[in-house]
Design a protein. Sequence first.
Length: 258
Amino acid sequence: MDASAYLTSVVEQTATFAEWVDGRDAAIPVPTCPKWTLADLVDHVGATHRMVAMLVGEQLAEPSRAFAAYVPAPADSGRWGTWMVEGAAAAQRAVASVDGDAAVWDPSGAASGVAFWSRRLFGEACVHRADAAAALGRRYELAPESAVAALEDWLDTMTSRGYWENRPDFAAGMRGDGQSLHFHATDAPGEWLARREADRVVLEHTHAEADVTLRGPAADLLLVLSRRRRLDAAPSLELDGDRALLDRWIDHMDWVTD
């Protein structure tokens, strides 16, 4: 997927999200993000759209101005739907307005800028729509190819140099001496080998033997690896190898659930 395709999906998924939440009780708990209410979830998603629109549209080299321009969600939940749709549209316009090679700050450490944020917003849309579905009892569906792309975003971001350096708790928990985990989507092309080293997590896109392997439909892999569904509640997934190693990995995938 290119930047345009990512943002098209963001707009489409946000429209669904907006329809689900518009006018709902702000205090509804979000079980997949235990510290959040529905208001917190809506606020996070819509504010992120607007932050990225500023970062990309103005090609900012550092994020402080975009962070300072934080726009909270309306207090009236009856305005949430329009507010969310407007934020996604602003992000889409910003990405379309700049060259894909434009220098824009991103937290990964790879200086991929526009490409990073396009895919990151897509990954956010896929995961947070699952949060909304869990909170509101809605059915969550995601095409296998889209789930693979969201998994790619999740795993790349969580194993990036920037994340390692900015989350010392993650680095401490993930340091290792070669322990390996293999994730394998069975309904669309997608395989990843994550190897815990002393100074980073190495991510490769390959089929290989590992200390633990988790395989199954891509959407279920995404939900389990992003802590949106417990492994025990995902019978479609097959586990081979060291369950404790996988549990430790998932325990540290707490980026957006905390």
